[in-house]
Every structure is written in structure tokens, then in C-alpha cells.
Design a protein around this ligand. Structure first.
Ligand code: 2RA
Length: 340
């Protein structure tokens, strides 16, 4: 006895990964619905060794469906998520719409699984921002051992975080630099992304930070501990898939780098690759298609009393979005719906 599962936004980067990962992890699906806007109607999506034709989200009836994994923008989510929730279908939403709502749990299963019971208030569970998800997986085991006071993080975020159009822009712009007359002007991004980096993701806020940076602050506080101070600089880099983060952590008490490495090695969802030699660390191209959050460059920060530096890399379409959403679905099945 399995679940009736809908994937909303099935033709997008994240929606396709949700279908892939549901199949890869053999989630107990009795029936799968791939939902998309009318313009994508009939598109065939892979679901393991099967294909499913997309159905029209606008006219879909969620009654009798167990859960719906949403991977569409906030505006469309605002229209369809409440309909699904009201029909008794638990919504797991990847947009930012509900993440900061006190009535809706924001879940990273390796970090705050127990908070999932809060789903019952609105029948909605929020998935965190990709750059937050991988970071809190690393922070949580260290925070449990030596309470974290402050985090300073710089991100190096791949263009797949902006969607398929951005990936095409990087590809075309890069090619165009080698073929006279085929130069490609910036479109998705305000400046050239090929062979360049852009310190701007999402909109600018009044204090000079960007909304992406604000998300990392607000979501870390909600998922891990509201007392943790976080400051972030989020940067777009010419990488197709895989977000990287340089994370500096200040603890309430000293935590030795070797003990930190041992803790991370044992922590759920983490793979430590940390050798102080050429190639002894993970880079984005190696994380693509993987479930793990990789940690490298673990070392003391001797400029402050209880400091540690780490390098964190993960597939932003997987742990950063689709995998985390499927893990929430698994948790929902184990703790609440209990079929399968
Ligand atoms: C990005 N985190 O990387 C944002 C949304 N996926 O663009």
C-alpha cells in the first residue's frame, strides 16, 4: 500500500529531479501525477524506467491524493497550494512563500525532523532555500557539540539555481566568446556570467544585503537555533550545477578541528573529503547527481577564540531542493501517513 503523489512543476529543473529521486529512492508510490502549466501539457517526464505525461495543474483535483511536492514559483504556489491542502493533500513546497510563516514548519530532516508534526496546522510543509539546506546539515552536528554563536558564509552558487534559461545563457555566452559575432549579451543576469562572478542573487534589500542573503539568515535561525548570528554574501558563479560555500563558524567553546572532522564524518547526510593535499577536497563538478553534502578544508580559525573554517559543496537541485523535499515526504510517510 503506497501513496498517491503529485509533482507540481514537473517539467522544471527541480520538478524533474523530484521525479528522478522519488524513483531512485523507491518511494512507495501507488500513483504519480506530473502537473504543469497548460503550455507544458502532454510533455513526457521520466519517472524511473517509466514516463509520465504531464497533466494540467489548473484543472487537477487533489482530492484523494496523499502529498504534492511543489516546485513552482511563489505566485502560482499561492494559487494552488491552498487548494491542494484544503483537499486533504499535504503540500511540500519548494518556493519561499511559506518558509517564514510561524504556522508552517521549515524542514531539513537531518536537522529538525521533529518539527514536521507542525504540518497539521495548514497541511503545508516548507522546503528551505538551496543555499541554506546544505549549510544547516553541516552546522547542526557541530552546534549540538559546541553551541554556535556566529556564522560568516560566502556562497558560490551555480546558475541552475536560476533555472534552465540561466544555464542556457552561461552555455551560449561562453561559446559566444570564442566565435566572433556570436557574443551573447547578459539577459538573465545584469552582467556577464561567463568567466565572471556576480555578487547579487535575488533582490536588494534596504540594508544593502540581498534577499538570498536574508533567506540564509532567517532560515538558519528557524531550522537550527534563533540565537545563531549569521551574515552571508551570496555570489553567482559560472558553474552549471552545485553550490559551494566557505563557512566560518564561531562557537561558545573551543572545538578542535580533528574532533569537528570526526563529528561531521558521523553526521547524517554528510560525506567528509578532507586531505591537506592537491585534490584532497570536493569541487562542484563532483557533487552533481549525488545526495550527500560534502565537507572539506576543515581547519581551526585562530584569529578568534573558538573558530573553525569549513568548505561545503552540494548538488543544489538535490539536497538543495528535490532531495530534501523527497526526504520530507519519506518522513511524512514514516511519522504521519504511515502507509507504504
Ligand atoms: C538560487 N537559491 O540559487 C536560489 C534559488 N534557487 O538562485
Amino acid at each position: 500500500m503506497g501513496y498517491k503523489v503529485a509533482v507540481v512543476g514537473a517539467t522544471g529543473n527541480v520538478g524533474r529531479e523530484m521525479l528522478n529521486i522519488l524513483a531512485e529512492r523507491e518511494f512507495p508510490v501507488d500513483e504519480i501525477a506530473a502537473l504543469a502549466s497548460r503550455r507544458s501539457l502532454g510533455t513526457e517526464c521520466s519517472f524511473g524506467d517509466k514516463t509520465v505525461k504531464t497533466q494540467d495543474l489548473e484543472h487537477f483535483d487533489f482530492t484523494g491524493w496523499d502529498m504534492a511536492l511543489f516546485a513552482i514559483g511563489s505566485d502560482a504556489t499561492k494559487e494552488y497550494a491552498p487548494k491542494a491542502a484544503k483537499a486533504g493533500c499535504v503540500v511540500i513546497d519548494n518556493s519561499s512563500l511559506y518558509r517564514y510563516d510561524p504556522d508552517i514548519p521549515l524542514i531539513v530532516p537531518e536537522v529538525n525532523a521533529d518539527a514536521i508534526m507542525g504540518y497539521a496546522k495548514r497541511n503545508i510543509i516548507a522546503n528551505p532555500n538551496c543555499s541554506t539546506a546544505q549549510m544547516v546539515v553541516a552546522l547542526k552536528p557541530l552546534h549540538d557539540r559546541a553551541k554556535i554563536k556566529r556564522v560568516v558564509v560566502s556562497t558560490y552558487q551555480s546558475v541552475s539555481g536560476s533555472g534552465k534559461e540561466a544555464m542556457d545563457e552561461l552555455w551560449d555566452q561562453t561559446k559566444g566568446m570564442y566565435v566572433p559575432g556570436q557574443e551573447v549579451a547578459p539577459s538573465v543576469y545584469p552582467k556577464q556570467i561567463a568567466f565572471n562572478v556576480i555578487p547579487h542573487i535575488d533582490v536588494f534589500l534596504d540594508d544593502g544585503s540581498t534577499k538570498e542573503e536574508w533567506k540564509m539568515v532567517a532560515e538558519t535561525k528557524k531550522i537550527v537555533d534563533p540565537s545563531i548570528k549569521v551574515t552571508a554574501t551570496c555570489v553567482r558563479v559560472p558553474v552549471f550545477v552545485g553550490h559551494s560555500e566557505a563557512i566560518n563558524i564561531e562557537f561558545e567553546e573551543f572545538l578542535d578541528e580533528d574532533e569537528a572532522r570526526d563529528i561531521l564524518r558521523e553526521a547524517p547526510g554528510i560525506m567528509v573529503v578532507d586531505k591537506r593535499e592537491a585534490g584532497g577536497y570536493v569541487t562542484p563538478v563532483e557533487c552533481v547527481g549525488e545526495f550527500a553534502t560534502y565537507i572539506s578544508r576543515i581547519r581551526q580559525d585562530s584569529t578568534i577564540e573558538n573558530g573553525l573554517n569549513i568548505w561545503c559543496v552540494s548538488d543544489n537541485l538535490r539536497k538543495g531542493a528535490a532531495l530534501n523535499a523527497v526526504q520530507i515526504a519519506e518522513l511524512l510517510g514514516q511519522r504521519v501517513l504511515k502507509k507504504g
